[in-house]
Design a protein around this ligand. Structure first.
Ligand code: AMP
Ligand code: GLY
Length: 423
């Protein structure tokens, strides 16, 4: 099978790495990929939402299956584009159509979906610029801290958590009237603050049945002890020790099943990944958000624990026979630690030479923001490398992840030394 992975981060390198182990896979392509995927796949220098260029590549390379990595091409309608094109309609895309991708692309859509299907989530109200007074009144009857969310995609920056009521009202005005996040904040969702601990749940569905993948926990803040600015994710661990079997059953019964059934009831065919951001309040799980893709860096700990052939799993999803596949999970603990550029998540420099990668023995290095220049590998993004290791215990795996990163260097390398500290 010839497979194209759309995207160029750590998540996409991990997909390529896992697929490269499958005897069913004859050739892999990544668009645009990175220096890591270049070693196992053919990189195609294309934009993830450049559908005409992707079409040309699929036809030229006789690609038989496409995996959409990030949300942007899905929200832009890559799956609809393939289904509507006579030359592409038989090439399955793993990822939902645009209508269902709104679960990630619109917070308002996601909240209404959850309400309609009785899926536990924070109480909320939603407001547009002509309803500013109602929005302020809504804030007044909520308790601090106030959670304000831009409805649309805002590059991960659209969620504000504010302690002070007047500041929250000012932020609401800034979003609605000054269009702080452009069109994304034409509608604002105001939510009840949920106090708890977060975890990531990954559901793979063929539209009828589903599999729950290993749970993971990511570390979003830049600083140790979960301090400082939010990032795309500084590390991850799987499994998640506080998700007991009883809690996992509650998640499946009250969230996963109603989500998959809700998609069917609403007639939104969904072949792809559902990433459910959970907040555990006591023992009660709530949905914080849906994403229509896999998490990053969670993928770097979830896929290495899957023992089932990934190409087989993906084909089964595309062909509607996921129920027939036996999902085998490695009981070991997987850890990943992300090495980032100095300054990230604010301004940072690119183009730093990465050295020592060939010294690494204890972990698998997944490339996130790297680029091949001649025979040198250079940094090309904020998140640069993820060091993933497996071990019998979390401690053992973390030791291997950290040992690997100690052997790698680039100017300004930074990583959290405390991944897993809270568990
Ligand atoms: P989101 O983009 O919706 O995932 O929100 C970003 C982050 O804000 C989440 O990962 C949570 O840490 C936090 N957050 C979002 N909604 C809530 C909420 N209702 N209560 C508490 N924290 C929240
Ligand atoms: N690690 C969180 C995300 O992928 O959104």
């Amino acid at each position: 099978m010839r497979i194209l992975i759309v995207g160029g981060g750590g998540r996409e390198h991990t997909f390529c790495w896992k697929l490269a182990q499958s005897p069913q896979v004859s050739q892999l392509f990544a668009a645009p990929g990175n220096a890591g995927t270049a070693a196992i796949a053919t990189n195609l220098n294309l934009g993830v939402s450049d559908f005409p260029a992707l079409k040309a590549a699929v036809l030229e390379h006789q690609i038989q299956l496409v995996v959409a990595g990030p949300e942007a091409p899905l929200v832009d309608g890559i799956t609809d584009f393939f289904l509507a094109d006579p030359q592409l309609k038989d090439v399955p895309v793993i990822g939902p159509q645009k209508a269902a991708a709104a679960l990630e692309g619109s917070k308002s859509f996601a909240k209404k979906f959850m309400q309609r299907h009785q899926i536990p989530t924070a109480a909320y109200g939603e407001f547009t610029a002509d309803k500013i007074a109602e929005g302020e009144a809504f804030l007044e009857q909520m308790q601090a801290p106030y959670v304000l969310k831009a409805d649309g995609l805002a590059a991960g920056k659209g969620v504000l958590i504010i302690q002070d009521l007047d500041e929250a009202k000012a932020a609401l005005r800034k979003m609605l009237i000054d269009q702080q996040f452009g069109a994304a904040s034409q509608t604002v969702v105001i939510e009840e603050f949920l106090q708890g601990i977060e975890a990531s749940c990954f559901v793979w569905t063929d539209g009828k049945s589903y599999k729950i993948l290993p749970y993971a926990k990511d570390y979003k803040r830049i600083g140790e002890g979960d301090t400082g600015l939010n990032t795309g994710g500084m590390g991850a661990i799987s499994p998640v020790p506080f998700l007991t079997p009883a809690i996992q059953k509650t998640i499946e019964d009250t969230i996963v099943v109603p989500t998959v059934q809700g998609l069917q009831t609403d007639q939104m065919p969904y072949v792809g990944f559902i990433f459910i951001g959970l907040m555990l309040v006591g023992d009660a799980p709530y949905v914080i958000e849906y994403n229509v893709r896999m998490g990053d860096p969670e993928t770097e700990v979830v896929l290495p624990r899957i023992q089932t052939d990934l190409a087989e799993l993906l084909s089964a999803m595309a062909e509607g026979r996921l129920a027939e596949v036996d999902l085998q999970i490695d009981p070991q603990v997987a850890t990943t630690v992300m090495a980032v550029s100095q300054g990230y998540p604010e301004a940072y420099e690119k183009g730093k030479v990465i050295e020592g990668l060939d010294q690494v023995r204890t972990a698998t290095i997944f490339h996130a923001g790297t680029q091949l220049e001649g025979d040198q590998i250079k940094t090309s993004g904020g998140r640069v490398l993820a060091a993933t290791a497996l071990g019998d215990t979390r401690q053992a795996a973390l030791e291997k992840s950290y040992k690997a990163l100690a052997q790698v260097c680039f100017e300004g390398i930074n990583y959290r030394k405390d991944i897993g500290f809270d568990l």
